[in-house]
Design a protein around this ligand. Structure first.
Ligand code: SF4
Length: 522
């Protein structure tokens, strides 16, 4: 008998620790193992996505399908144990049932396949699910062959840019010098996005494996994972996994996996600056300097951390790599669309029934994600728009809901994939106010190094504020557009270059709301 309890941040915040303790106590008290004639394991797992319904618990009886319960409290545990574990009859009214299956049916859980199914802290369970088989396969290939395999898979960076991963690796490998760094960007700062946190909490060994493959392909001896300090559980689980890997010889001098050279890995905790998700600011932060961007070129692959060639990918990208090597590039590239291969994880928040994390094949439509996977709009209101791609993304209106979720289609529609945040809005949302909210976020997070971003965003925000306060003037919309284009063109880094996007996309699709505010003075 296996009990799987979601003990990601969402689960723990909803009381998963006491639910876990209640199961352990109940099993002990009632001598359940003897009654059911088999061992009873209670495992804390990573997040399985449906965070709004935590605490989620799976009861897995031998020879039967797992049954999922949601909103489990310690008080419900004795009934589940009596009726389901001992009596083999699920507690019907409490089973998550049909909608839980609808939530999962259109998903394709590749990167998330271990999240929610194994004990995230157990190396043994990771190994039982094929863990490290990817890196074992990679080290039998030459470095170039490994890079070719990643190129063949079509994997593109999941941090937002969508740059082809294999090509990025080849630049770092081709840079002269044998002192190179590998960095994992886990500074997930977009409001509403928490997919990287979930991978770190639910499958830390899977991330380490992806980084090992990259380190081998590029020729890196040192690796950093830059994690935002607001993720204490992710840091704790990753540190535990790194320590175990050192102890067992997977990392460090023993190098039992036979990497080209022993790999050292350490965590650097960020300090809460959104701009540190930008790669040059991130490297400055690791070096102990203030987290500020610098002009590129030189690109990190040529001159990165401490002046050495460096490869940076985000958590989801490295986590994908392990699966490419488990199953092969052909398998991976068979999922998704021509331009976007594999799956993408999205964090859904806002006015949607089932908020949380979903992993879907690229190419699925936005409508399928919102209605089929996440159950549609809360209180059966009308869908108005979805903000895709975080504060640097854009708002797509109802007419664009059939847009396919891939890099190119989203850009064409006026948004971007970004790291995967989707904020859903209903008919009651004011789109000018949404633009103001996101612009205020990027203005506060601007590092202030260059004028267009530091001053320009401030002025744009002032204009938006006066419009939402009913003090807008004729010409404000055109002024916002002109400033937005200038800021995008002249800012130093990605933050400033993309910060005006929510304003531009809301003007493009909801211009009438701006005009009404200005005309009617409200
Ligand atoms: Fe800093 Fe903004 Fe300039 Fe980037 S664009 S360097 S965040 S001021």
């Amino acid at each position: 008998v296996k009990i799987l309890i979601c003990t990601g941040t969402g689960g723990l915040a909803s009381g998963a620790a006491s639910v876990q303790a209640a199961f352990e106590e109940e099993f002990e008290k009632k001598g359940v193992a003897a009654k059911v004639g088999s061992a009873c394991e209670v495992n804390g797992t990573g997040c399985r996505g449906l965070c709004a319904n935590d605490v989620l618990v799976d009861v897995c009886l031998p020879g039967k399908d797992a049954v999922t319960y949601d909103f489990v409290t310690p008080e419900l545990v004795p009934q589940i144990v009596d009726e389901h574990v001992i009596g083999s009859e699920p507690v019907a009214k409490k089973v998550a049932g049909k909608y839980y299956h609808e939530f999962l049916d259109k998903q394709k859980r590749v990167v998330f396949s271990r999240c929610g199914t194994i004990d995230a802290e157990s190396l043994d369970q990771f190994l039982e699910t094929g863990g490290f088989n990817g890196v074992k396969k990679a080290v039998k290939m030459t470095q170039d062959e490994v890079i070719e395999e990643v190129k063949k898979s079509g994997l593109r960076g999941r941090g937002g840019g969508g740059f082809p991963t294999g090509m990025k690796w080849s630049f770092a490998k081709g840079s002269p010098g044998n002192h190179k760094y590998l960095i994992c960007n886990a500074d997930e700062g977009d409001p509403g996005a928490f997919m990287d946190r979930s991978i770190l909490e639910g499958d830390p060994y899977g991330l380490i494996e992806g980084m090992m493959i990259a380190a081998y392909a590029i020729g890196c001896k040192f690796a950093y994972v830059y994690v935002r300090a607001e993720y204490p559980l992710a840091i704790k689980r990753l540190q535990m996994a790194i320590d175990t890997c050192y102890e067992k010889g997977y990392l460090g001098e023993k190098n039992i996996l036979g990497l080209q050279m022993p790999l050292d890995m350490r965590i650097k905790a960020g300090a809460g600056a959104f701009v540190c998700g930008e790669e040059t600011a991130l490297m400055a932060s690791i070096e102990g300097q203030r987290g500020m961007s610098r002009p590129r070129p030189p690109f990190p692959a040529v001159r990165g951390l401490w002046g050495k060639p460096t490869n940076i990918n985000n958590v989801e990208t490295y986590a994908n790599v392990s699966y490419i090597f488990y199953n092969g590039a052909d398998w991976y590239s068979s999922i998704g669309t021509e331009g976007t291969k594999g799956t993408k994880i999205f964090a859904l928040t806002g006015k949607v029934k089932h908020t949380g994390l979903v992993e879907v094949p690229a190419g699925i439509t936005m409508k399928e994600v919102i209605y089929d996977v996440c159950g549609g709009i809360l209180n059966n209101r009308k869908f108005k728009a979805v903000q895709a791609g975080g504060p640097s993304g854009g708002c797509l209106p109802a007419e664009a809901i059939e847009a396919e979720v891939d890099y190119d289609s989203l850009i064409k529609a006026g948004a971007m994939m970004g790291s995967g945040g989707l904020v859903v809005m209903d008919e009651t949302t004011c789109m000018v106010d949404i633009a103001r909210f996101f612009l205020n976020f990027t203005r506060v997070e601007s590092c202030g190094k260059c004028i267009p971003c530091r001053i320009g965003l401030k002025i744009m925000l002032e204009i938006l504020e006066r419009i939402t306060q009913g003090k807008g003037q004729e010409g404000d919309i055109e002024l916002l557009q002109d400033m937005a284009y200038d800021i995008k063109k002249s800012s130093l880094c990605g933050l400033g270059q993309t910060a005006p996007n929510p304003v531009l996309s809301t003007i493009r699709y909801f211009r009438d709301e701006y005009e009404t505010h200005i005309k009617e003075g409200e």
